[in-house]
Design a protein around this ligand. Structure first.
Ligand code: HEC
Length: 107
């Protein structure tokens, strides 16, 4: 009996792990309520006092303008906002990823 050893060219399907691992939206929701909602409102539309103060600078988080931003850009925008200086220090990147996952549920 002949046996043909087939040199199988293994087509290795490399599962590309996304660079920005999707965060945990449920954990992010709780954090958002604690750390962000006082300025951005629970639904991301902006707390009335903040809207009055910042007007169009405070974009609704559910808006297309914010939603079209990549996770990494949202993270950058969050860190760059002057109004976030005090809270940004207390939020780890992993927490921010979870919060961003929650923000994605607002659209
Ligand atoms: C003290 C009030 C305040 C808190 C608390 C706050 N933000 Fe903001 N945030 C702002 C203001 C005001 C702006 C827009 C103006 C600016 O650039 O500072 C902004 C901007 C942003 C932006 C950029 C999009 C935009 O509206 O321009 C993101 C994203 C954002 N905030 C997310 C968050 C998240 C997530 C948290 C909670 C971890 C948070 N913010 C907490 C006041 C706040």
């Amino acid at each position: 009996m002949k046996r043909f050893v087939l040199a199988a060219t293994a087509a290795v399907a490399v599962l590309c792990v996304p660079l920005s691992a999707a965060g945990d939206a449920a954990a992010g929701k709780a954090l958002y309520a604690k750390k962000c909602a006082m300025c951005h409102a629970a639904d991301g539309s902006g707390a009335p006092a903040m809207k009055k103060k910042f007007g169009d600078k405070l974009k609704p988080l559910a808006s297309a303008e914010v939603q079209k931003m990549k996770d990494a850009d949202l993270m950058k925008a969050f860190k760059a906002a002057a109004n976030h200086k005090a809270i940004a220090k207390g939020i780890a990147d992993a927490d921010l990823e979870n919060i961003i996952a929650h923000i994605r549920t607002m659209k």
